[in-house]
Design a protein around this ligand. Sequence first.
Ligand code: PEP
Ligand code: MG
Length: 876
Amino acid sequence: MNKFVYLFNEGNSEMKDLLGGKGANLAEMSRIGLPVPFGFTISTEACNAYYDSGETIPTEVMSQVLEALGNLEKRMGKRLGDPANPLLVSVRSGSKFSMPGMMDTILNLGLNDETAEGLAALTGNPRFVYDSYRRFIQMFSDVVLDVDTFFFEQFLEEIRTAKGYSSDPEMNAADWSEVIEGYKNIVEKHTRKPFPQDPKEQLFLSINAVFNSWNNQRAIVYRRLNKIPDHLGTAVNIQSMVFGNMGNDSGTGVAFTRNPSTGEAALYGEYLFNAQGEDVVAGIRTPRPISTLEAEMPEVYRQFAETCEKLEKHYLDMQDIEFTVEKGKLYILQTRTGKRTAQAAIRIAVEMVEEGLISKDEALLRVDPDQLNQLLHRRIDDKSDRVRIAKGLPASPGAATGMVVFDADDAESLAKEGKKVILVRPETTPDDIHGIIAAQAVVTSRGGMTSHAAVVARGMGKACVCGCEALKIDLKKRVFSAGETSVNYGDVITIDGSTGEIMVGEIPMIEPELSDEFKLLLSWADETRAISVRANADNPGDARKALEFGAEGVGLVRTEHMFMDAARVPIVQEMILAESFEERSAALEKLLPMQQGDFEGIFEVMKGLPVTIRLLDPPLHEFMPDKEELLVEITKLQILEPDSAELKEKEHLLRKVRQLEEFNPMLGHRGCRLGMVNPEIYMMQVKAIFYAAASVAEKGITVKPEIMIPLVGHVHELREMRQLVIDAATQIKEESGRDFEYTVGTMIEIPRAALTADEIASEADFFSFGTNDLTQTTFGYSRDDAEGKFLQTYIERKVLPENPFAVLDQNGVGKLVEMAVKLGRTTKPSLKTGICGEHGGEKSSIDFCFRMGLNYVSCSPFRVPLARLAAAQATI
Ligand code: PEP
Ligand code: MG
């Protein structure tokens, strides 16, 4: 026979699958001798059996419940439904993972007209008994009989008003008795049956209702949000009642063993005298801070503080505890691991190591890397009110306030005047980079988590909300609307990049804090981890930030970002527009010293740490003016200055823009294909790198540049580009008379490169997985369109478990990574491997990279602390 029901003395904390978190902890607390009101737990297996038998409680479960009830009655010396000495119980849900408030609870079960009278006589406290009875009728009717609480509250309000009372404590026993009669009438009116008087019927109906609540809408949504599987089911805890509403020597409260907001090691919580549990949360009466209990009930406080310490030492983690005091006696009703902010998580973990409670490894596992984001960006003060007008994708965390602008030039010029601006665009391109730099934050209505705006903003640690399709942007009128709200150029908005929210007006912010505990925890992570952490950085400022956050090198310099400086774009365009080799070379000659300066800056900051520089990657049209804008300008000139040189120049520009147009630019003339067709561009870049290396070497900083060729799909591409690098090196060595070291590697971001990695490795010193493009090309999803168009639907409908542009698809894309590492190392055992796609800063992907034997992960500077911690967790 299956065992479905466990008395509290039959379980322990290891049995969460079967007894749920609450049941397992109640059993554990009974086991270690804490004052827990006795009871039993109906297992999660019984819940599944309930659903398997068409939502009825199987007879086997029923008989085991009755047997356990008999046991409970014997132990308490009371019987359910006995008017002479009635047992009252609570019925509570409790699944393996805590789902606070999502499922149902019933208190004071066992009360009926007869037991109420009996209990009133027994306790000599009819007021308390009738108060409990009316609470029970309301709760039971809401949860089991589906009668809305509103009807009861409305009735209570009428009675209170009629009697001229302003609050419940003014009600006397006779008043509550009147309320009970009214409540019973409400039930009969709505259900066409009298309120059930048989306590066993009450009990089984309640068990039914708790099982059903596993599948209420709230619970389903909560599970989806927190990735809790639907098949787990909930347990049901039946526990004898203790009463916090028995008078002023009784009370109830909730406390954390440490402060869940700051982590401070001091009891934190609140309680109410003469109240039942729901009064504390309902907010009708203001609870008192737990510290005042010491003066009010010193003995109870001492016992409670001791119990908290005992529980924390037992579970070795901060606990969230519910307690009740009945006539001066303390009972513990629940304990669970307390939820906490990132700041508190870090402080608690570090202090628990210092207190000798947990090991450093354990401390590292206690902090969720994802939570660290909260600490590295300015954020909205949780205490402030906010009215949101739209919600997009939370692309880059942090919050910002500023005036709305719709174009990058405006952003730049207003920022120069000292104004704070938020750049709002349908999408951004590399052309907008100066605007992004100038802006406090970026908002786009199109594009996903790896769209240009998102990647660039994250790289800069700037807040960004992208793919906010609810925004209707009118660039011409310089206004956007979201639902009923219109926001004009110059209006102030606030955005929260951690939630994707957009709000009108200014909202108070808090600055990021890097506490000493945080630094200490990260130093432990560095001692532990066996995979390096680098950062993606395109300029000395980012490189400095990366170093400050503990990066051990730069894993990706996207050199195209160096072409985007407002002063350089015309020269880049000159190069693109060149009609002859000579013309192009002249433009490149001008760009060379500029790029050299950039590289020198990065090398100097990184002081000899490895720096991987990727040669030009995006299609050239991205450096050209927007076609539509050009057309408008040409039309104007045709009318106003038809013979002007400017018109001719613009028309020439337009012809070139059209020539560069492609149907699928992401699959078009980009990456190493640019270098194959126009080697002089790559040649200029490589020379700039070597000149820079040579010049910083003179200052005593030795760099060994790692030159990376993007978007390779065939070994022949890499062979040719590698030769180009070697030629440049040879030439510069001859010119300068100086020897220097360098390596040449490739990005693996095309499936064919992964499939032929053994061939590619023969020409590569290192592989760096460009998992943004590798995801795009493996799935065949456009990284700029998918998220706004269909990916959300896919995720909601569980077609995909996650957004593959954010969390590496280990089964698909990951298989290519695994294969490429293996094949590559077959050819070249010393092959260095890393990842520089966005996944390099995501915890489960970092774990995967470690398991695949990669040497390093590289991510945005602001994600470096997260990556250090996640890398340590992967190693433990
Ligand atoms: C990638 O594709 O993963 C990558 C790092 O390059 P980018 O995002 O610049 O295409
Ligand atoms: Mg790429």
